[in-house]
Design a protein around this ligand. Structure first.
Ligand SMILES: Cc1cc2nc3c(=O)[nH]c(=O)nc-3n(C[C@H](O)[C@H](O)[C@H](O)COP(=O)(O)O)c2cc1C
Length: 375
């Protein structure tokens, strides 16, 4: 990747073309990627969280996907500062966030989350009940918590559906299910963490989509038609970065088609570097293949506008501002519809505004130190 900031305002213009996604009008293609900030003590997002999201909305971010916010299960969270999406106080907090973002003209989806069998890397805090997951392992040989019974699974699906219904009732513009990065929904997808022999397991990736599909159907039933539902997916797992759910385009289709049939509207394809081809023989990335295979709108993500990727940044590597040329080339050929920006938007709340105005030289680098404050 080139590290120069040489995109001109004219070429960046593609990022600022309006688009209609799942019946929702967006003023541009820029999405704030979901990013856990752990600034919600007791699970309740306060006025500081509302102001944080508002700052991005008022500076041209088209759609905000909130940090992961947990559904109503005793061990859905692995960090006491992660917001809940259940309970009166937390939902009142989210209503304030929503009001602030809407007042600034923004759109916002909560990212609904259950961590499954994954501990946080940054706290020793433990939920009141053991972690729960498909088979009580985060990866082969790594036991954590308990395997879910069918009753646990049904209750968890119902918890996702309640959270989505609350999102619609409060006035959110849609919801995203966190089905990526090795957390609960992804633990069902991956054979390394799903060793079940009942109907929620299976030898094929298609068979292991059942939990996600039943969750999507329940969310759709609880929210009704005309409410955008996204699912975030990744090939990689944080408990095993080389993991790949789909080895071929056909296998990828067998993973995605059941999700589409279940009623999802948008597929958010999480990669660490958006420019990496997903399969040999084509330069299409994960979001590109997903759009080609399903025809649904997709969101790309991964080191947009930055030189380094986010996992290394947790280890202390600094990422400098980088050219948007390759991103704009891919957007121009409609490889994907929306572009999620993560760390660049933490370091620069006004990232979208500066890019729109061509003020590339004013963009700040990203260093993990910026996570210390909710600026
Ligand atoms: C501090 C931090 C917290 C994150 N939390 C979440 C999260 O809650 N949910 C999620 O799906 N991804 C999460 N991610 C991943 C980001 O959404 C994004 O995919 C990743 O940072 C790559 O985008 P970037 O290179 O533009 O930062 C997080 C990333 C960072 C840096």
């Amino acid at each position: 990747m080139s590290t120069s900031s040489d995109a001109t305002p004219a070429s960046a213009g593609r990022l600022f073309e309006p688009v209609e996604i799942a019946g929702m009008s967006l003023p541009n293609r820029i999405v704030m990627a979901p990013m856990t900030r752990s600034f919600s003590p007791g699970g309740v997002p306060g006025p500081d969280v509302a102001a944080y999201y508002r700052r991005r909305a008022e500076q041209d971010v088209g759609l905000i996907i909130t940090e992961g916010t947990v559904v109503d299960r005793p061990s859905a969270s692995n960090d006491p500062g992660v917001p809940h999406f259940h309970g009166e106080a937390a939902l009142a907090g989210w209503a304030r966030v929503l009001e602030s973002v809407h007042a600034a003209g923004g759109r916002i989806w909560p990212q609904l989350w259950h961590v499954g069998a994954l501990r946080s890397g940054s706290t020793d805090w433990r939920p009141p009940q053991p972690f729960e997951s498909p088979s009580g392992v985060s990866r082969p040989g790594r036991e954590i918590g308990v395997a879910m019974t069918e009753a646990d699974i049904e209750a968890t699906i119902a918890a996702f559906a309640r959270a989505a219904a609350d999102a619609r009732r409060l006035g959110f513009d849609g919801v995203e299910l966190h089905g990526a990065h090795g957390y609960l929904i992804d633990q069902f997808f991956w054979e390394g963490s799903n060793q079940r022999s009942d109907r929620f397991g299976g030898a094929s990736l298609a068979a292991r989509t059942r939990f996600a599909c039943e969750t999507i159907r329940a969310v759709r039933a609880a929210t009704g038609p005309g409410f955008p539902i996204s699912i975030r997916l990744s090939q990689w797992k944080q408990q095993h970065f080389p993991a790949r759910l789909a080895q071929t385009p056909d296998e990828m289709a067998s993973w995605l088609e059941p999700l589409v049939d279940a009623g999802v509207d948008v597929l958010h394809c999480s990669t660490r570097r958006f420019w990496e081809p997903e399969f040999e023989g084509s330069d299409l990335n994960f979001a590109g293949w997903t759009k080609k295979l399903t025809g649904l709108p997709t969101i790309t993500v991964g080191s947009v506008g930055l030189t380094g990727e986010f996992v290394a940044s947790f280890g202390g590597e600094k990422s400098e501002p980088a050219s948007l040329d390759e991103l704009l080339r891919r957007l121009g050929r409609e490889e994907f519809d929306l572009v999620a920006v993560g760390r660049a938007l933490i370091a620069n709340p006004d990232w979208a505004r500066k890019v729109r105005e061509g003020r590339f030289g004013e963009l700040d680098a990203y260093d993990r130190g910026v996570l210390a404050e909710l600026a």
